[in-house]
Each structure stands twice: as structure tokens, then as C-alpha cells.
Design a protein around this ligand. Structure first.
Ligand SMILES: Cc1cc2nc3c(=O)[nH]c(=O)nc-3n(C[C@H](O)[C@H](O)[C@H](O)COP(=O)(O)OP(=O)(O)OC[C@H]3O[C@@H](n4cnc5c(N)ncnc54)[C@H](O)[C@@H]3O)c2cc1C
Length: 437
């Protein structure tokens, strides 16, 4: 072996359980690890910057931390900005690379990039974005069930028969091949995002974008305290740090491996207790897999107005109707206190509970009658844990145009508020106490 290779990191920004990193390390004499701020991450959509302030900060923290970790084992991270395909082409020439390694992604744009890169070099992809690999599924991509309950039942049947269906985590490399001397390209040293800001101190959880903070959170939620043990009872709450795992930002950019989270839950079941909560937590991870496979199956139609039920693949062309209403929703000034409290939390922290996301997306579509794509792009801008398959898949679902046609007909925001915030503690927390005014 006398090879210089490139490792193109996208959504696997970690040292632990990173088979692509391990594989690249084992097959290279010199190695360039690169992350690129490209047009898939950073673009304008409906007049909104896709990479908003919270995720911009979190991503930069994640990259800075990964850079230090790679340096500690003899390599480095090159952080670049621009057209990923063009950058990889010129890097490939610069260091005379034999192979580019990357982790496969389920999104349409990411897949198109992989295709373009494979035109000029030997591209080796490793499939570990999801808990289960496509080739382990009891159905093909084309015959993926459109209904989550069916999907889950089929997976669980297979689990019964084959307990080790989710493969084990791989080891963390102790040393890495060095960067080649021929590399002249310089890494960015400041965050390229124009907007980057910390969450409000009122946030239920303050996220720090480094791998170790993510792993600490796994430990804290699963093993210390009662977070996992009581998850089934708390997961619809709106206030507090421990009603849910808060792992989504790390899982979304791959600073924490979803397989690692899964195996820790299973270990907890063996060593402490298996109950409805632990099973529910695994079910949430399966929702994530489901939306990823859904994106793989339906490609760019998850972005179109009619969702996966339509054949249109247009991500663009949107009627920016009801501008005023939509802007009020974005600013948390609709006049409905429950909606406004949720939107304020999003605006000030970049994070929302799953319940909050469900309520305001259904309200946006059902009660405001707005085009769901505007709501989804506002989420994309603000969510610290934005992930395209999850965000657009969930919005499709909430809008009644996804895989399961949700019963929007019965949705009422007032009933949601009554059910999930009966004492108005959440509304008072974000908007101030109404009765004192
Ligand atoms: C309209 C809408 C948009 C959403 N956009 C995103 C998004 O951009 N990124 C994102 O990660 N999640 C998204 N979700 C899913 C879910 O709301 C968040 O994953 C969850 O609230 C994150 O908090 P947590 O880590 O504490 O979750 P927990 O409840 O602790 O769940 C653990 C993990 O399971 C996964 N998960 C849980 N629920 C879902 C779900 N419904 N769909 C897919 N994965 C799930 C996440 O990786 C999460 O971190 C969206 C949901 C809705 C209704």
C-alpha cells in the first residue's frame, strides 16, 4: 500500500463508531480529511438562509472539535467552502489521490453529488447513516411500506428472528495516517456562516457542538437520572431538559452515532430495566430510519408541494401567498398564545419538543391554510438539529401529503393547548404571565 486518499466527511463528524474513518485509515498511507460548506448545506430558499444562526454555531463547534480530535491522532481536518464536486476534483489532483471515501447519504442532493464525484475518481461509499442498512431490510427500497406501523412491525419481526440486526459499533482509531506534504490548500479558520449566535439562556437545553458533549448527554439521559426509564410518560412535555433525550443535533450532524445510542438503550434494558419507555425510545430511532428510507425511495418529491403523493419533483416555485400571516407565525405573533409560545422558543433557542413541532406544523397547514414548504424552510433555517429527511418527511406527514395520510380534519390548536399545556405554564414561560398583564 502506498496510497494517498481523501476522506470526505459530511454527516459523520465523529471519531467513535465511524466505519468510514476507520476504513479510510486502514487503506491509506496518507490521508486528507475534508469537510465542505457546500450548496447542500448553505443556500437561499424562499428568501431565507438555509443555515441559520444556531445550527451555524453548532456545526462550527462540531468541526472545530473534530479537527482537534483528528490532530490528536496524527491527522487534521481541512474545512473548505464552495462547490463540493469542484473542490474534491481539485483536491484529488493536488494530492494525486487514489480514492475518495465517504458515508452514503439518503438525500437526493447528496446522492447527486456522489454520482458527480464518482465521474472523476474512484469513490468508495460506506452505508451507516441509519440503524439498519438497506440490504438488511425485509423489503426493497421500492417496496418500502408507506406506513410506519407496517414498517416497524416488519422490522420487529425480523429483530425477533435475528437479534443482532443492528451491527456493533466499530472501534475508534488510535492513530491515523498523516496528511500528505503535497497538500497546499488552507483550511478555513473562521466560521463562514454570516449569522451565528448562542441560544437564549431560557432554553430548556444548551447544546454544545462537540462529540464529547454529545456522548456525555447519552450517558446523562440513559444512565444518570430517570430520563430513559420514564421517557414514554414525559416525551410529550414541553418544558425541561429531560423530557426527551435532546440528542437530535448531535445525531443530525453525526457527532453521535445513532447505532451507539441504540446499543446503549439495549444495554440499559439488559442491565437495568426494559419497559415501555425503552421500547418507545427505540421506536423513535426507527422513525428516523423510516424517514431516511422514505427519502431514498421518493427522492426530491419529498420537497414538492404535493409531497410523496405527487409526481412533481420541483423544490422551487412557491407561491409566497399569505406573506403577512406567515411572517406573524415566524415571529410568534399570531395572537394564539400556544402557537406564539412555541414559535418564540424556536426563534430564541433553535430547538423544539416533538410535540411543539407537531402542533405548529399542523396549525400552519390546517388552521392557516399555508403552503407547508414555507413552514418547513423556516424550520430548516432555525432548527439546530435540522436534517432534510427528518424535517421534510415529518412536514409531509403533518401536512397530510406523506406516507400516512394524517387525520388533519380533527386537529384543533386549542385542544392541543388544553391537552399539553393545561396550566399554561409553557405559554407563561415564553410569553410572560398573561394574567399579570
Ligand atoms: C414538523 C417536524 C419537523 C421535524 N424536523 C426534524 C429535523 O429537522 N431534525 C430532526 O432530527 N428531527 C426532526 N423532527 C423529529 C423530532 O421532533 C425531533 O427529532 C425530536 O424532537 C428531537 O428531540 P430529541 O432528540 O430530544 O428526541 P427524542 O424524543 O429523545 O428522540 C430520540 C431521537 O430519535 C429521533 N426521532 C425522534 N422523533 C423523530 C421523528 N418524528 N422523526 C425522525 N426522527 C425522530 C431523533 O434522532 C431523536 O434525537 C421533526 C418533527 C416534526 C413534527
Amino acid at each position: 500500500m502506498n496510497k494517498t486518499n481523501i476522506l470526505w466527511l459530511r454527516k459523520n463528524l465523529r471519531m467513535h463508531d465511524n466505519p468510514t474513518l476507520l476504513h479510510a485509515s486502514n487503506h491509506s498511507e496518507k490521508l486528507v480529511c475534508v469537510f465542505i460548506y457546500d450548496e447542500v448545506i448553505h443556500y437561499k430558499q424562499h428568501g431565507v438562509d438555509s443555515l441559520g444562526p444556531y445550527r451555524a454555531k453548532f456545526l462550527w463547534e462540531s468541526l472545530s472539535s473534530l479537527k482537534k480530535s483528528l490532530q490528536a491522532v496524527g491527522n487534521d481536518l481541512l474545512i473548505l467552502q464552495g462547490d463540493a464536486v469542484e473542490i474534491l476534483k481539485s483536491l484529488h489532483e493536488e494530492v494525486n489521490a487514489a480514492t475518495i471515501f465517504t458515508q452514503t447519504e439518503c438525500g437526493q442532493c447528496e446522492q447527486e453529488q456522489e454520482q458527480a464525484v464518482s465521474q472523476f475518481c474512484n469513490l468508495e461509499t460506506i452505508n451507516i447513516t441509519t440503524l439498519l442498512n438497506c440490504d438488511q431490510l425485509p423489503f426493497s427500497k421500492e417496496t418500502l411500506p408507506n406506513n410506519f406501523i407496517v414498517f416497524r412491525r416488519l422490522i420487529e419481526q425480523q429483530w425477533e428472528a435475528q437479534k443482532s440486526m443492528v451491527s456493533k459499533c466499530c472501534e475508534t482509531p488510535k492513530t491515523l495516517p498523516p496528511v500528505p506534504d503535497t497538500l497546499k490548500t488552507q483550511s478555513l479558520s473562521v466560521n463562514p456562516a454570516s449569522e451565528s449566535k448562542p441560544q437564549s439562556a431560557k432554553a430548556s437545553f444548551l447544546f454544545k457542538g462537540d462529540e464529547q458533549s454529545g456522548l456525555d448527554r447519552v450517558e446523562q439521559f440513559i444512565w444518570n437520572g430517570t430520563g430513559l426509564e420514564n421517557y414514554r410518560d414525559t416525551c410529550n412535555q414541553l418544558l425541561g431538559a429531560d423530557y426527551s433525550s435532546k440528542l437530535s443535533p448531535w445525531i443530525a450532524n453525526g457527532s453521535v452515532s445513532v447505532r451507539y445510542v441504540y446499543h446503549e438503550i439495549r444495554r440499559f434494558e439488559q442491565e437495568r430495566i426494559e419497559n415501555d419507555s425503552t421500547r418507545w425510545a427505540v421506536c423513535e430511532l426507527l422513525w428516523r430510519d423510516f424517514f431516511h428510507f422514505n427519502a431514498l425511495k421518493h427522492g426530491s418529491s419529498i420537497f414538492s408541494k404535493g409531497g410523496i403523493q405527487s409526481n412533481s419533483c420541483s423544490k422551487k416555485s412557491i407561491d409566497i401567498d399569505q406573506c403577512h400571516l406567515v411572517q406573524n407565525w415566524c415571529k410568534g405573533e399570531t395572537g394564539n398564545r400556544f402557537v406564539d409560545a412555541i414559535m418564540k422558543e424556536l426563534l430564541e433557542t433553535g430547538y423544539l419538543s416533538n410535540r411543539g413541532r407537531q402542533s405548529i406544523s399542523a396549525y400552519f397547514v390546517k388552521e392557516m391554510g399555508s403552503d407547508w414548504r414555507l413552514g418547513a424552510s423556516w424550520f430548516e433555517h432555525l432548527l439546530i438539529d435540522f436534517e432534510p429527511c427528518n424535517n421534510y418527511g415529518n412536514w409531509n406527514f403533518q401536512s397530510g401529503i406523506g406516507h400516512d395520510v394524517k387525520k388533519l380534519a380533527n386537529f384543533s390548536i386549542d385542544q392541543e393547548a388544553q391537552r399539553y399545556d393545561p396550566q399554561q405554564a409553557y405559554q407563561n414561560y415564553w410569553l410572560g404571565d398573561h394574567s399579570e398583564a
